[in-house]
Structures are given as C-alpha cells and as structure tokens.
Ligand binder design. Structure first.
Ligand code: CA
Length: 579
C-alpha cells in the first residue's frame, strides 16, 4: 500500500508529460551528456609498464616519458606526456603465412582533460603515426595539445603496401575490427594511468581516417560520444573504382607515353587545370556577394558554370589557354561520376570548384608526391594506389601481390567485374569489401544520436578523390533516417583532399564538437584561416598571392554558405555570415 501513492503520482506526471508533448511525431529528446573533468597522471610513465603487463591480447612494448617540446604544433611546444607503445592480437596468418599484429601507440598528457581521442589514419593504414590527433591543414593545435589522451594504430598490418589484403583477418582489422579491439584496451590504459575511465570519448580522422570515424559512429557508437570525420571515405571501394574509371578516360586524351603506358598527367596539364579553375572563379565568384577569389555558393555555381561554354575551345593545337572538345568530354564524364555498362552509378559526381588547379603534376625526385592536390589523386594515385587497393585488398580472391602490375591492372581490368567484386565474398574472404570497409548503414546513426552523441563532417569542395557530393548525400540521408539535431557537414570551398588548395583550411573543429557533445551548444559558423607566408602551421603553397596571408572565413554548416555582408574588409570572417 505504501508504494501505491508514489506510483500513482508518477503515472499522473507521465500522463501530464504525454499531454504536454506537442505531437506523437516529435523526436525523442536527446540525453544531455555531462562535461569531462580532468585528472593528472597518477602513475609515472615507467611504472605504467608493469601495471599494464597483464592486459588481454596485448603486449606493451615500451613506455617513455616525452619531454615538453619534443613535439610541436603550430610552433608551440607540446607539453610533457607519456607514450605507451604496443601491439595486440599478434598472430600468423593461415593464408599467407606472414605475421600480423595491431600496432599502436598512446600519448597520455600529464594534465589530462578527461577525454579520449581515437585518431583514424589515412591511406591504407599500416603505419603507427604519432598519436597527436591533428586535423585540417597546417594545424595550430591538436588533441594532444588540448589535453586529450590519444590513440593511433596501424589498423592491423605494417608497411604502406596492399599485400595484407591476401590475409582475410587483416582485411577485417583494416576495415573495422582493429577499432573494436583497440578501444577497450585504450580505455583500460587510460584508467590505469589516471585512476578513472575517460568521461568522454571521441573519434577523429580524415580520408580513410574519416571512414574509420564513420564506421565507429555506426558499429561502435556505445564507445564514442563525438565523431569528427574529414573527407569521409565511407564509400571507399566505390571511390577507388571511380578513380580507375577516371584514369581510363584521361588516357584517351594523354599525349605522351611513359614506361609503356600513357602519362596521365599529359591528359590535362597544370596550366589547363588552372584554366578550368580560373573560369569557374570567373563565373561563380560573385554569387556569394564578394569578388574575393572564393566560390562559397557551390550549388549555384554548378547551375551557371558550363565547361563547354565558359572554357575556350581549342581551334588549333592545345596551348594551355583552351581545351580540346575531347578533353571537355572526358572532364564532363569524370565530374558526372562513372557508371557501369548497365548504367549503375559507381560513385558520386563531383562539383566544379576553384581548387581544380591545385597541386603540381609529376613525381618529385626523392619522394612520393603525396598531397592534397588534384594532380596527385587523378594522375598518380589512380594507377599506383587505387589499383592495389582494388586488386589486392577489395577483390575476392585477391590478385597475387608478387605479380601485380599496378598500372596495367588499373587501365585494363573490366570495371563491371571490379564493381561487382567489391560486393563479393567466398569461404575464405567471407565479408565483401563493401561490408568490411563501409558503415553497415551510413544513414542510420540512431545509436549515436539517441545516446546524446554528435557527429561533424568536414570536406574540401575541391577534393578529387572523395566527393563532397557523397558527404552531402550522407547528410540528407542521415537527417531523414536518424535526425537533424546531431549531425552537421562543413564544406570547405577550394580545399583539396583534407587540406590545401586555394582555401581557408586551418581550423579547430574539435573544440566546437566537444562543446556540442558536452554542453549542448550546436556549432554554427566556425572561423577558419588561410595559411599565407609566415603562418605558424606552415604556409599553403596553393594560396593565391592576392589574398591576405591571414585571410579568415566562416565555415558554414551545409546548406548555408558564407555570404558577404556587403561592406567591410574582404579578408575578415566578421564581414561574412552563414546564410
Ligand atoms: Ca566569392
């Protein structure tokens, strides 16, 4: 009897609450997550080794104190911290006989902010990059500097070549399982180091690291509260095939041969690419109210810019000031996105943008031309990187790495077969590439949303390997299928792949994400800066000389764009607003 009254009162309250609720359609209110609180390292770095030795499936190989200033970011010394290195699940593959492990390192600041950040790395993984949690171009800050405990890994294989694709388990670790194995281990290390679990956990990365972040947002949402996904390759196998399709098209207008194949860089010279970019700017610059060399209104630009009409057609030889009709046809097809012979879309379309001229073609002597620019992705990566990923990591069964002819594979293999191959599996490779590489359902993030988690995606509009249109499609889908109140996309006009291009690519998106997750303050405009001469994060060589070295702009949540207010200094973000 004594229990009945409170129960009755509760049910009355529930009834009143239900009546007060506006409609039955209203979305479930989001739980509010409490802010993280910091703590100091309770163990000194060397003592941590002994304390961590019985971790399951884990071998800690080193702990070392890293003195203040050993690492820097934006010219600032990173504070003293403890580096823990190790490996998990060491094993010998029954398929290729090679040994594998998930190599990792963690960097644990002495003054911890109570947060964990899992850093997703780019490319095909295979390297334990320093666990600093950087983002954007030439960053002035990073997660480690801000006091996060940061984890970085090689995702289950070593070396930057795709031969690990022969081992089925290494494929799965690269796709998603390494993250699943590393996360509980990392939280245990943090608990040992600071005497408590992380209050809040984040996942951040760009490119393949953005893919890892998207996968974590779906498969491992229980473990993470905030997701920062840059240029998310959430359809990576499809994008890789699209790049091979682009290479086929470029070779039809290439003019010079190199090592028994056409040199793709001669399909469209640096000067010709810049011509296209200049014409885009000419046509679209003023659409945002400011003639400042930046095209903020990307969607409107696609409506008015015409490759056919706005770029001069060659009447004689190509001289850099015109494009041939055939070149225009090739570019139109590449920007429209490739399809199979049956008309099925392989990957998204790409917008014409001001950054198409960025990056110089050709392999610099003494190193790979890895970068953000168009020339690297279109003319080098297609035949040297996407080929290996497609043939050895995604194909069932894989091509033999020993006999793999990268360029020939990318220029001659049947595209329809490659496309159906990324959905194929067999007894040995029992998950298809699309299954292990991509989020199970990228627009269903109810798990993350309903726990109070948030996701921010940023993407260079001039990214030529992963398309901003694919990120826009994801945002529309996630808003429809999951909700509008936990996900935002920040397009960065002019920016190439993860950084660079004629763009304001220097920004801190992590801090606004933390504020959203922990204080419930949704981000709107995020101010980003150009990196001109003398920038502490390193100068951006793609920046037009007419820009102020420290030009700032608001980055705006899609579909809003940064528009000029009509007066005031064109170099300052204050004079623009997101509309
Ligand atoms: Ca403009």
């Amino acid at each position: 009897m004594r229990l009945q009254k409170p129960f009755a009162r509760l049910s009355m309250l529930a009834f009143a609450a239900a009546c007060a609720w506006p409609t039955s359609q209203a979305a479930t209110p989001l739980p509010k997550l409490t802010p993280a609180t910091g703590a100091p390292l309770v163990e000194d770095c060397s003592a941590l080794l002994a304390k961590l030795s019985p971790l399951p499936n884990t071998q800690i190989t080193a702990t070392e104190l890293v003195k203040e200033g050993t690492l820097t970011v934006g010219g600032q010394a990173i504070a003293e911290h403890c580096r823990v290195a190790g490996k998990m699940h060491e094993r010998t593959s029954p398929v290729d006989g090679k040994s594998y492990a998930i190599g990792f390192e963690m960097r644990l600041p002495k003054n911890w902010n109570g947060r964990f950040l899992h850093q997703g790395n780019g490319g095909i993984d295979g390297v334990v990059h320093p666990a600093v949690g950087g983002f954007g171009g030439g960053p002035l800050t990073n997660a480690l500097q801000q006091g996060f405990a940061v984890l970085s890994s090689d995702a289950g294989h070593t070396g930057g070549n795709p031969s690990f694709g022969v081992d089925p388990q290494a494929r799965l670790d690269y796709g998603y399982q390494a993250v699943g194995k590393l996360t509980p281990m990392a939280k245990t290390v943090i608990t040992a180091a600071y005497g408590k679990q992380p209050d809040r956990s984040y996942f951040a990365g760009c490119s393949n690291g953005g893919r890892h972040a998207m996968v974590a947002a779906t498969r491992y949402f229980q473990d993470y509260d905030g997701i920062l996904a840059g240029a998310p390759a959430y359809n990576l196998p499809r994008a890789a095939i699209a790049n091979l399709a682009g290479a086929r098209l470029y070779q039809t207008v290439a003019t010079q041969e190199v090592k028994n194949h056409m040199d793709l860089a001669t399909a469209l010279t640096d000067k010709e690419r810049q011509l296209v970019a200049d014409k885009v700017v000419e046509r679209c610059d003023a659409l945002d109210g400011a003639k400042d060399g930046m095209v903020q209104n990307v969607a409107a630009c696609q409506q008015v810019f015409s490759l056919k009409k706005d770029v001069p057609s060659c009447t004689g030889e190509r001289d850099g000031a015109c494009l041939s009709d055939k070149q225009k046809e090739v570019l139109s097809q590449i920007f429209a996105g490739p399809k199979t012979s049956k008309g099925q879309r392989i990957y998204a379309s790409f917008p014409f943008d001001s950054g198409f001229g960025a990056g110089k073609s050709g392999v610099p002597s003494g190193g790979s031309p890895v970068g953000s620019g168009v020339a690297f992705w279109e003319f080098f990566a297609s035949t040297n990187l996407d080929s290996g990923a497609t043939g050895i990591i995604f194909k069932v069964p894989p091509e033999s790495p020993e006999n793999f002819k990268s360029v020939a594979f990318s220029l001659t293999t049947d595209l329809d077969a490659l496309f159906s191959g990324i959905y194929a599996s067999n007894d040995v490779y029992n998950e298809s590439a699309m299954a292990f590489m991509t989020p199970p359902n990228p627009t269903d993030m109810k798990g993350l949303r309903n726990k109070g988690g948030k996701i921010i995606v940023y993407h260079g509009v001039s990214d030529s390997i992963f398309s901003i249109h694919d990120s826009e499609a994801w945002l529309r889908g996630v808003q429809k299928n999951t909700g509008k109140d936990f996900a935002k996309l920040y397009p960065i006009p002019g920016m190439g792949h993860c950084s660079g291009g004629p763009a304001t690519d220097q920004m801190d998106i992590l801090t606004p994400l933390v504020k959203w997750v922990e204080e419930g303050v949704a981000p709107e405009a995020i101010v980003a800066s150009a990196r001109g001469a003398g920038n502490a994060g390193g100068a951006n060589p793609d920046l037009p000389t007419t820009w102020d070295a420290a030009r700032t702009r608001p980055l705006c949540p899609f579909p809003h764009v940064a528009r000029y207010k009509g007066s005031g200094d064109l170099e300052k973000a204050d004079n623009f607003s997101c509309k």
